[in-house]
Design a binder for this molecule. Structure first.
Ligand SMILES: [Zn+2]
Ligand SMILES: [Zn+2]
Length: 218
């Protein structure tokens, strides 16, 4: 019968998977031997779990199939997972190797799933960013055209038939003087000279920035 058991040893001992482990019950203690090296004795709580295995025998043999390194600020231990059986060592080694391979496959699968998720998320974010940049570009273009139109308009004599200022913008109510700067290009803006965006009511910068692009950028 196969028994999967685990116990803890001090972190200073080095041990690898598929190593043969011997536990010897002697003088009320269980000694741990791995590849002929003495790895100390089982802790009191580990020992109690193992005692039923030493039913009529003084020694049990197993193969290590997994090692967990546990590091805390004042302690450094390893939890050793071992399969024990009365079957021969080669047989156990074969089973343990299967378990190791299975675990490695699972780990590789999890890793590739995580990688796939990361790539999808990255491309989603990139697409979103591109859409945002495109939108900002469109608004700035629209604002610059609007500014150009206003400028052309100023050059035309007042009252001429193509005075777009009068057509598109009803007389603006005088407002208090406002001095500020563009959040985007840092140019100074002045409510006496710069016009407002018709949708966000911010002063329109010659670079095309206004509250509409601000909202998208921040
Ligand atoms: Zn600007
Ligand atoms: Zn705007």
């Amino acid at each position: 019968m196969l028994q999967r058991m685990s116990f803890t040893i001090s972190g200073i001992y080095s041990l690898s998977v598929l190593t043969k482990i011997k536990l010897i019950y002697i003088d009320e203690e269980v000694r741990i031997l791995a590849s002929g090296l003495n790895l100390g004795t089982l802790t009191e709580s580990d020992k109690n779990q193992f005692l039923p295995l030493f039913n009529n025998v003084r020694m049990i043999e197993g193969v290590c199939h997994h090692i967990e390194h546990i590091k805390t600020y004042n302690n450094n231990t390893k939890t050793i997972h071992v399969i024990f059986s009365e079957a021969n060592h080669e047989h156990l080694k074969y089973i343990a190797a299967g378990m190791v391979q299975h675990r490695q496959q699972q780990e590789a699968e999890l890793k590739s799933q995580a990688e796939e998720k990361r790539i999808l998320e990255e491309s989603r974010l990139r697409r979103k960013q591109e859409e945002k940049e495109q939108r900002i570009k469109e608004i700035k273009e629209r604002n610059k055209n609007h500014l150009q139109m206003m400028l052309n308009n100023k050059r035309n004599p007042i009252g001429s038939s193509n005075n777009l200022l009068e057509i598109f913008l009803p007389k603006q109510v005088p407002q208090s003087h406002r001095l500020t700067h563009c959040f985007d290009c840092k140019r100074e803006l002045d409510s006496h000279h710069d016009i407002k965006c018709t949708s966000c009511r911010w002063l329109l910068c010659p670079c095309g920035a206004c509250g509409c692009t601000y909202k998208l950028m921040y």
